[in-house]
Design a protein around this ligand. Structure first.
Ligand code: B12
Length: 509
């Protein structure tokens, strides 16, 4: 029996205790697909944010890591721990970070194999070879592998086909994902948890979003992993509605307590026909009593999707149980939107937000407060319009800075301002990396740096003031917008924001 351990990204050595957590869909997809295909194998999943990795008692032959840019230093800390504990195991790394870094990933740690792109079929082939006693992997595409200090590349492979996709989803063992543990953890972050929010299951049914926003890396994941190029490659797939429905029924039959299904695809509306059919099928299943009437849905979409005639579908969505749409708005400044290559305008965004509200669905909007090109006017315009949306009960999820992630167009722009930090992994190992891109404007750089560095103080004060234990992204937005107004000396706006935040915060105790 081959024993495999797959380890998810490690949010924090000290602070993951108060994060909202979810099982890694990618790792479970690989586990179920491979276990179905290959006999005499067991794949365990370790989520270091929820499991105590020091308590592992099993022996493992293969250990796989899923690395993310922001969690890299913590992931490498775990790598060192497991390498010491299982010196003879084969160490594999996969996921977005290493898919873009390729050979460079070996500079971070002594991995044996790096897998590019979607892991299911490639990892299956690697494990098949290991089961057969092979230690030479040259015939398996999409990997870098190390033999002592030499590194080899096997050549680019092919992305999953729709047929593979269907097989992967058929194999997915919803029953064996410990959702209840995650629900318990997430509920423990509140004194009075909202079960509709807590009992949620995240799913993705498409393979990527081809719309190429400048700050996004996922948009290039397929293309780069299978061609080394950013442009033009990669076929977009969405699972057929029939299979999506089958998957949803599998979830609700297995986890009858589930209250929300979150479609975490970057943009579920890319195939509008399919989406419409999905809504109709859900409505019919609810009418027949096959799905609970109260089952709710959340999905992500583009903020211009409903600024035109497509808005008609919002009524269907409401009827099907969609209670929230998460829009990647990023900014309310048209200048910034053009710079980010969003392909939408403030006017379209506001129209979409308003028709969503009219349909009885809550919009949640993602905002990047300080993209590299930001000016003081853009910042104030965006902050003020965020506050205006809050008054309409729009939920706002802000990030202060653009993440400096491999695979995004920004990452390769040397003219941008970044702060490279050194992270200590062990007594003898440290790595240098930049996590964020800073505003180019000198005074806004200073503003950003002040907020970034003093954020823990702001958060602590806020938690104490309102008696909350956990800061979800919408509360983070209040804290950060308050800090922005403070830094800009806009005390009246600050007072106003504080007044409107009081009511909202009550719900998050
Ligand atoms: C849903 C989601 C979340 C959810 C759920 C996270 C979870 N536990 O899965 C929440 C909101 C909690 C979240 C949190 C974070 N996320 Co997130 N998230 C996503 C999202 C939208 C989907 C992830 C997903 O399930 N994809 C589908 C699965 C099938 O793909 P996958 O995970 O990439 O796995 C496949 C391959 O990558 C590969 N693979 C992955 N790992 C491994 C390992 C091995 C050994 C092998 C062989 C292959 C392999 O095979 C898998 C199957 O094909 C992505 C964007 C996207 N579109 O992918 C961002 C994304 C992954 N998140 C990102 C980030 C930065 C984070 C946070 C660090 C944010 C933060 N500041 O805290 C945290 C990290 C928390 C954590 N422990 O993961 C970034 C990562 C960028 C980067 N290059 O590092 C992404 C890409 C979004 C972005 N901004 O571009 N996230």
């Amino acid at each position: 029996m081959l024993r495999v351990l797959l380890i998810g990204p490690f949010k924090g050595r000290d602070n993951s205790g108060d994060s909202f957590l979810a099982p890694s869909f990618g790792l479970y997809r690989m586990k179920f697909y491979i276990e179905k295909k290959l006999k005499r194998i067991r794949i365990d999943i370790l989520d270091p944010n929820i499991d105590n990795y020091k308590e592992i008692k099993e022996m493992y032959d293969v250990i796989g890591f899923s690395l993310l840019h922001l969690t890299l230093e913590n992931d490498l800390l775990l790598f060192n721990y497991f390498k010491l504990r299982f010196p003879d195991a084969i160490f594999i790394a996969g996921g977005p970070e290493v898919s873009f870094l390729g050979k460079k990933s070996f500079e971070y740690a002594l991995f044996d194999i790096i897998v590019l792109g979607e892991g299911e079929k490639t990892l299956l082939k690697i494990l098949e070879a290991i089961v057969e006693g092979k230690r030479e992997f040259s015939s398996i595409r999409s990997i870098y592998w190390r033999d002592k200090d030499k590194i080899f590349f096997s050549g680019y492979g092919k992305q999953l086909t729709l047929r593979d996709f269907k097989e992967i989803y058929e194999a997915y063992g919803v029953v064996d994902v410990p959702y209840n543990r995650y629900w318990r953890h997430n509920a423990s972050l509140y004194n009075d948890p909202d079960l509709t929010e807590i009992r949620a299951i995240r799913v993705l049914f498409s393979n990527f979003c081809p719309l190429r926003c400048k700050f996004c890396s996922s948009t290039n994941f397929i293309s780069y992993s299978y061609s080394g190029k950013f442009r033009g490659q990669g076929h977009f797939y969405i699972l057929p509605v029939e299979d999506i429905i089958h998957f949803i029924l599998n979830i609700t039959d297995t986890w009858s307590e589930v209250e929300t299904i979150i479609f975490d695809d970057d943009n579920l509306f890319l195939d509008f026909k399919c989406f419409e059919e999905l809504c109709l099928r859900i409505i019919a299943l609810k009418e027949k009593g096959r799905l609970e009437k109260d089952l709710s849905f959340i999905c992500q979409g583009r903020p211009d999707d409903f600024s035109g005639p497509k808005k008609e579908i919002l009524g269907l969505m409401k009827k099907a149980g969609f209670r929230m749409i998460m829009y990647g708005v990023e900014s309310f400044s048209n200048r910034v939107l053009a710079y980010l290559k969003k392909g939408v305008t403030r006017q379209q965004i506001i129209r979409s937000i308003d028709v969503t509200i009219e349909a009885g669905i809550t919009p949640l909007i993602y905002i990047i407060l300080l993209p590299p090109c930001i000016s003081k006017e853009d910042l104030i315009e965006t902050a003020d319009l965020c506050v205006k949306q809050m008054l309409k009960n729009v939920e706002i999820s802000t990030t202060l800075l653009v993440m400096d992630i491999p695979g995004s167009e920004f990452y390769y722009d040397d003219s941008l301002k970044r702060i490279t930090k050194e992270y200590s992994i062990s007594n003898s190992i440290s790595i240098k990396k930049s996590d964020y891109i800073w505003p180019s404007n000198a005074s806004l750089f200073k503003l950003g740096k002040n907020i970034y560095e003093n954020y823990p103080v702001y958060e602590k004060r806020f938690k104490q003031k309102y008696g909350i234990k956990h800061v979800p992204s919408r509360i983070y937005s209040y804290i950060v917008l308050d800090a922005v107004y403070k830094e800009l000396g806009l005390e009246n706006k600050r007072k106003y924001l504080r007044k409107i935040s009081e009511d909202v915060v009550k719900n998050y105790r």
